[in-house]
Design a binder for this molecule. Structure first.
Ligand SMILES: Nc1ncnc2c1ncn2[C@@H]1O[C@H](COP(=O)(O)OP(=O)(O)OP(=O)(O)O)[C@@H](O)[C@H]1O
Ligand SMILES: [Mg+2]
Length: 224
């Protein structure tokens, strides 16, 4: 079994509030996992732990054999920049940059030339229906357009694992399908593993594995 990511006994506390409780999780290369659960159940918090955005209070997260919390800050951020992708729930784009500049950012940070980085970004953005808006500043986008730029930015550098926090929440069904197809395409073609938090049962149904989160507790849904 080719495991790319695993979590063992992960707890996350914000002060005295426990958001994640003893989470165990395993993800194989190319696997698409969906996590569902009601608002406040701890989905974003779990994703932050899995992606090395927040250190777990207890437990460990291991990416490709390396325990994230054992890495010095600089190495952790380099790993996140090069091998992981993250679509934040609220986009987190740089408003002063254009659509293509935002999407190309991971490649530019990796030292790729502007011409090549923008060409790759434009390709991914095109598959997400954003070709007409490449030069627009992201401060002037709708919520759903911003969301698609955030998806493109998380994928351009072909990460080993992409974490997506409700990436289709602001999208109509055609665009939601385009985003989902892009994740599935990368998973099949490049063995990118995907962890997607979603409230959409149709999105979750297309994942290889499904989980539910309830009061900080993660459980795998077994097909019946
Ligand atoms: N920065 C924070 N400080 C304190 N408590 C927090 C913080 N962020 C989240 N929480 C709490 O942790 C719990 C889990 O929050 P989280 O954002 O992980 O839920 P979620 O499942 O992603 O919800 P949603 O579906 O609304 O995005 C909630 O009770 C929330 O109030
Ligand atoms: Mg959330």
């Amino acid at each position: 079994m080719d495991v790319i990511l695993r979590a063992d006994g992960v707890d996350l506390f914000y002060g005295t509030e426990q958001a994640v409780s003893s989470a165990d999780f395993t993800l194989k290369r190319g696997e698409v996992a969906a996590i569902m659960g009601s608002s406040g159940s701890g989905k974003s918090s779990l994703l932050y732990c899995l992606a090395g955005v927040l250190p777990p209070t207890n437990g460990t997260v291991t990416f490709d054999g390396v325990q994230l919390s054992a890495l010095p800050d600089g190495e952790l951020s380099a790993l996140r920049r090069t091998r992981l992708g993250f679509v934040f729930q609220y986009g987190e784009l740089l408003p002063e940059l254009t659509v293509e500049e935002n999407a190309a950012l991971p490649l530019r940070l990796a030292g790729i030339s502007k011409t090549h980085a923008h060409a790759v970004a434009a390709q991914v953005l095109g598959r997400l229906g954003m070709s007409e808006l490449l030069r627009r500043r992201t401060s002037k986008l709708s919520g759903g357009q911003s969301q698609r730029v955030a998806v493109a930015r998380a994928l351009v550098h072909r990460p080993d694992v992409v974490f997506a926090d409700e990436p289709t929440g602001a999208l109509d069904s055609a665009n939601a399908t385009a985003v989902l197809e892009e994740f599935l395409r990368l998973a099949r073609r490049q063995k990118t593993a995907v962890v997607i938090v979603t409230h959409d049962a149709d999105v979750a149904a297309r994942a290889d594995t499904q989980y539910t989160m309830s009061d900080g507790v993660l459980a795998q849904r077994v097909a019946v």
